[in-house]
Design a protein around this ligand. Structure first.
Ligand code: BGC
Length: 291
């Protein structure tokens, strides 16, 4: 956390609460030898996950549709991992298939899929266009389906390689607290994330006997380039804190560290479940003072 941000947090914190201290987590190479694909990784949560996986020893494909993936590639490879960027729109079947074919040629297999690419096209419900609806469902839900399907084909073909991992593969869907919290003005987004939840659980049920794990991370309010502007005034920040019992915005690195652990063999018995990383946003914060 930068000095100015520490100051910002202090400014809006009620006096009686403790200062925010950010975690410091040294990188441990618990993913050495694994090959990972992170979709939507040129910025925000995807970029942080790609970097964390690289620091944990995985080789990483940084998928992106727009933006500049070079910093993600550079940082994900700075501890010695192999890493390259691949431009593809995950909502398009042929682009997804080409991306997997190249990864299998270059890295010979895939062990970890991070289904992260996602977008918002917000509108009042009755004004939401079919285009806005389809754009969000296409990337957030269909994109996760297309990538998961290609990953499962390869996980099943290869099976377990015990020198690399005790599972045949891992799919981590990046969902949202809005897979359970309804979100007015964002009906397409909430529908896509609700869809991801039962897609993930159904895939998990179907592939578990093949020692393939599938699960979701559900972030709350995370400091990403896309949404940080909405919280930059002290008033907006204070309003947001009413929704977060832990009283800080999440950092992309909070998600990156969890993704490393969930993808590793330390989490081998975890499948078909949601991990909410939200500072307590799903704890009905309206009841904080007793309701
Ligand atoms: C959205 C953010 C939002 C957060 C909490 C996330 O899924 O991407 O924009 O702030 O949910 O509402």
């Amino acid at each position: 956390m930068t000095q100015s941000m520490t100051q910002f947090v202090r400014d809006v914190q009620p006096d009686q609460l403790p200062d925010v201290v950010m975690p410091a987590c040294p990188a441990v190479k618990i993913l050495k030898g694994q090959k990972a694909l992170v979709t939507g990784a040129s910025s925000g949560i995807g970029k942080a996950i790609a970097i964390a996986l690289g620091e944990a020893g995985a080789d990483v494909v940084v998928n992106y549709r727009s933006g500049d993936p070079s910093e993600a590639v550079e940082k994900a490879s700075h501890c010695g991992s192999r890493c390259y960027a691949h431009q593809a729109d995950v909502s398009r079947e042929e682009e997804v298939q080409k991306m997997f074919a190249k990864m299998l040629r270059d890295f010979s297999t895939i062990d970890i899929l991070i289904n992260n690419a996602g977008l918002q096209k917000d509108a009042k419900f009755e004004e939401m266009t079919l285009e806005q609806w389809n754009a969000v469902i296409g990337v957030n839900l269909t994109g996760q389906f297309l990538c998961a399907r290609e990953a499962v084909k390869e996980f099943k073909r290869r099976g377990v390689n015990p020198k690399v991992s005790c599972s045949a593969g891992k799919i981590i869907c990046i969902s949202s607290v809005h897979d359970v919290i309804p979100w007015a003005g964002h009906v397409n987004y909430a529908a896509s994330k609700g869809g991801v939840m039962l897609m993930m659980k159904s895939i998990a049920q179907e592939v578990a006997p093949f020692r393939i794990r599938c699960l979701s991370i559900c972030p709350g309010a995370i400091r990403t380039p896309i949404n940080i502007d909405a919280w930059k005034t002290p008033e907006a920040y204070r309003e947001l804190m009413k929704l977060i019992p832990y009283k800080r915005i999440g950092e992309p690195e909070d998600i990156g560290q969890a993704a490393v652990w969930l993808a590793s063999d330390y989490a081998d018995y975890i499948t078909g479940t949601n991990l909410y990383i939200d500072g307590g946003m799903t704890l009905y914060p309206g009841f904080e003072a007793g309701g």
